[in-house]
Ligand binder design. Structure first.
Ligand SMILES: Cc1cc2nc3c(=O)[nH]c(=O)nc-3n(C[C@H](O)[C@H](O)[C@H](O)COP(=O)(O)O)c2cc1C
Length: 192
């Protein structure tokens, strides 16, 4: 594709995010989630789980007891950073996040998760809490699917209202910004 058309760039952004949410090897499978804890920015790697261009939303799964959830509830403006090394493309998605836990909709998502993922929500103590030794921080696994861990499972939904796209190239760098207004994203060029 060419990078001279803002509409094509916007399409490519959502296409790539969609691929990241579905293909485990795609460079956008992982993103850096930025939150604010009231004093400092906080960043961490997360896995992209779902995207929907119509609703301009992205979803991430997380432990409801983790720091990021508290941070999002107090400061719902968050940022997701993606980087495709092969294409030299960086994308920043900014917007407002909400967190869901419990409920029948999440039960359906939980039921489809493989056991290896469910186990991540089965640590007795909350993520980030001090552990006596490494082993005491391991998840509880009693040879059963750890359905008790469902109470710790949450879904973060980001509704995107600003996109910053940057592509570095030997022939020149391109950068564009898109803001959501009324019914769609309006884009413009930015000096890289
Ligand atoms: C490759 C990779 C993928 C990760 N995916 C997730 C994820 O999807 N959700 C999540 O909550 N944490 C994920 N983590 C762990 C986070 O980076 C972070 O350490 C953890 O969520 C605690 O963050 P917090 O204390 O800021 O809330 C991942 C870490 C790595 C290295």
């Amino acid at each position: 594709m060419t990078y001279s058309e803002l509409d094509h760039i916007l399409d490519s952004i959502w296409d790539s995010v969609e691929l990241g949410a579905t293909l485990s090897k795609h460079p956008f499978r992982r993103a850096v989630l930025g939150t604010f804890d009231g004093v400092s920015p906080q960043m961490r790697t997360v896995i992209l789980r779902y995207s929907n261009r119509e609703r301009r939303c992205i979803q991430i799964y997380s432990d409801v007891r983790s720091n990021k959830i508290q941070e999002i509830s107090e400061h719902p403006k968050i940022s997701l950073l993606f980087y495709d090394q092969q294409e030299s493309i960086q994308i920043r998605l900014n917007g407002t996040a909400t967190v869901e836990s419990g409920g029948s909709h999440l039960k359906t998502i939980w039921a489809a998760l493989p056991i290896e993922n469910k186990i991540n929500y089965a640590t007795p103590a909350r993520p980030g809490s001090v552990a006596d030794d490494p082993v005491s921080a391991f998840p509880v696994v009693d040879n059963q699917i750890p359905d008790f861990a469902f109470k710790n499972f949450s879904v973060i939904t980001l509704v995107v209202d600003q996109i910053d796209w940057l592509r570095l190239g030997v022939a020149g760098h391109y950068r564009a910004k898109f803001n959501f207004r009324n019914n769609g994203f309006t884009g413009g060029w930015v000096v890289p």
